[in-house]
Design a protein around this ligand. Structure first.
Ligand code: 5AD
Ligand code: SF4
Length: 519
């Protein structure tokens, strides 16, 4: 046995001893040991979460990778699997940035990776099930390759029940860290590399704002920019206020500087991100500055397209409508989650608006922006939703004329008030309601697509279509997917496309200067 093999054997033995030791320790002991002051060993607690203090937020502009970790990843590869929303996608870009600065290279091949991170989503149960499935699939690889580091991060790691389950049943995981701990990645990786025990670092504090984190962005055409973090709305079904902490806004100058930087790099579109972007600036104590003001300032920057997501109807104010109505790079598409068309259900959801107030907001938006496309999110089968209440969602869908909707069956989330409710709606009925709603959504989407027949639209060309490499694909200003034939040289540009055929979820067309039909 040579030196290298001896080292490997020793490593395997210590891994086995580690796994054995963890197996023999109760999860309560492990939680007490690892979570100490940094994690409260409880399920997300809405009462505690509501008691949020402003002074807890701190801004940090001094992120750097310690010198001894700057080359730790040389010759090694990382893979991050992302689940869930754009916020998670963007967190992945930050983690990729940090790992790259540590010398790691990215890979898409699971077997090649030296670090695998699962950036998880907790919004619905099926999102969590997918992750646990993946955790199970990775076990043989870890056994084959004991030096591999497998980490679980993102929203699920903020849930005590999830961490408990991993500690008890998935000892091949090396590292668990929370959404407020991303900037600690270099230290955590180092501990995982050199330590023998499973590293768990989940801060239950509400989260600071760390500027100047490195990022490796996924594309060169569209970019995401966080404008705020967290959510204080506490919709009764939603886990996000617990997993993402309280609302905290980035300073306007930091956001504007980031957008300017993206322009200089050639990006054509930015999407301003937050769980509830309309609450932007409400936490500032020294300035009166909201989302309308920010959009107005970004409107003046020379970037062709600006979007924002996600909106909450409650905080959508007149100033914002007035600014959006200026058009230009502020696009004619508003994603405005309504969740339900019934005022009674909305009350139970703690959405803080009624059906009538939502319709009034839509009326104001349409008055100021007559061409705006409206899309939404809807939950069916909230506990005890009656047939009549569901029908109200169907009629609201028609009344507003939503052109697309993300639709979900309600999924109880531990620690949220709605999850404690008894529910008399059978699963089959919920599925039926989702089916009926989706039929209506499809019909309205197809109808809205038909109105584009023969029209010329502006498309930001993102690349080849997923289905056919000879076809290019991109989105219109109002967020319609367009497939068309054209030269690859227009990728990254905004081109005019004449629509020749419409489908339920997309449009086909020919490039205005280059008339090549899509079959
Ligand atoms: N069950 C089902 N859907 C949910 N959403 C949030 N929480 C839940 C839940 N517990 C939906 C909402 C939200 C979208 C991102 O996910 O519609 O707008
Ligand atoms: Fe969840 Fe959105 Fe409600 Fe916040 S506003 S609690 S993120 S559904």
């Amino acid at each position: 046995m040579n030196e290298e093999q001896r080292k490997q054997q020793a490593q395997i033995r210590s891994e086995e001893a580690n796994i054995e030791r963890i197996k023999n320790t109760s999860s309560e002991e492990l939680i007490a040991k690892y979570f100490h002051a940094e994690y409260e060993p409880q399920a997300p607690d809405i009462k505690k979460a509501r008691k949020r203090r402003k002074e807890d937020i701190q801004f940090h502009y001094d992120f750097s990778i310690p010198e001894d970790m700057q080359r730790i990843g040389e010759g090694k590869k990382f893979l991050i699997r992302t689940y869930g929303c754009q916020m998670n996608e963007h967190d992945t870009e930050v983690m990729a940035g940090i790992l790259s600065e540590m010398g790691y290279e990215s890979t898409n091949v699971t077997e090649e990776a030296d670090i695998i991170l699962l950036n998880t989503c907790a919004i619905r149960e099926n999102a969590e099930n997918k992750v646990f499935g993946e955790i199970g699939h990775l076990k043989p690889l870890k056994l084959e390759k004991p030096d591999l580091i497998i980490g679980v991060c993102g929203c699920m790691s903020q849930e005590e029940s999830v961490v408990d389950r991993i500690l008890k049943k998935h000892q091949h995981i090396d590292l668990i860290f929370g959404t407020h701990n991303i900037h600690r990645l270099p230290h955590l990786v180092k501990e995982a590399l050199f330590g023998k025990e499973m590293i768990v670092e989940v801060w239950s504090k509400e989260g600071d704002i760390i500027e100047n984190l490195p990022k490796v962005r996924k594309g060169k055409i569209k970019a995401w920019v966080n404008i705020m973090y967290g959510c204080d709305k506490f919709c009764t079904y939603c886990i996000v206020p617990m997993t993402r902490g309280k609302e905290r806004s980035r300073r306007p100058q930091d956001i504007i500087q980031e957008v300017r930087h993206l322009v200089a790099q050639g990006y054509k579109e930015v999407t301003l991100l937050g769980q509830n972007v309309n609450a932007y600036g409400k936490d500032f104590e020294d300035i009166e500055y909201g989302l309308g003001d920010l959009m107005d300032d970004i409107h003046k920057i020379d970037i062709p397209r600006v979007r924002f997501t996600t909106s909450h109807p409650r905080d959508f104010d007149d100033r914002l409508i007035e600014v959006l109505a200026q058009g230009g790079n502020l696009l004619d598409h508003i994603h405005l989650p309504v969740q339900s068309g019934s005022s009674e259900i909305l009350k139970k959801m703690n959405r803080k608006y009624t059906r009538e107030e939502y319709l009034e907001l839509v009326r104001k938006i349409r008055e100021a922006m007559p061409n705006a496309t409206l899309t939404t999110d809807i939950i069916v089968g909230f506990p005890n939703e009656t047939e009549e209440q569901f029908e109200e969602t169907m009629t609201l869908m028609e009344e507003v004329g939503f052109e697309a909707a993300y639709t979900y069956i309600y999924s109880p989330r531990e620690g949220t008030p709605a999850a404690r409710k008894k529910d008399d709606v059978p699963e089959e009925v919920k599925k039926q309601r989702l089916y009926r709603l989706n039929e209506l959504v499809n019909k309205q989407s197809a109808e809205s697509m038909k109105t584009y027949q023969g029209e010329v639209v502006k498309v930001l060309v993102e690349g080849e279509s997923k289905k056919d490499p000879d076809v290019l694909a991109g989105y219109t200003e109002r967020n319609k997917l367009v497939n068309f034939k054209g030269p690859k040289s227009v990728i990254g540009q905004i081109v005019e496309v004449e629509i020749t055929d419409t489908k339920t979820w997309s449009l086909n067309g020919v490039m205005a200067e280059n008339r090549v039909e899509v079959e």
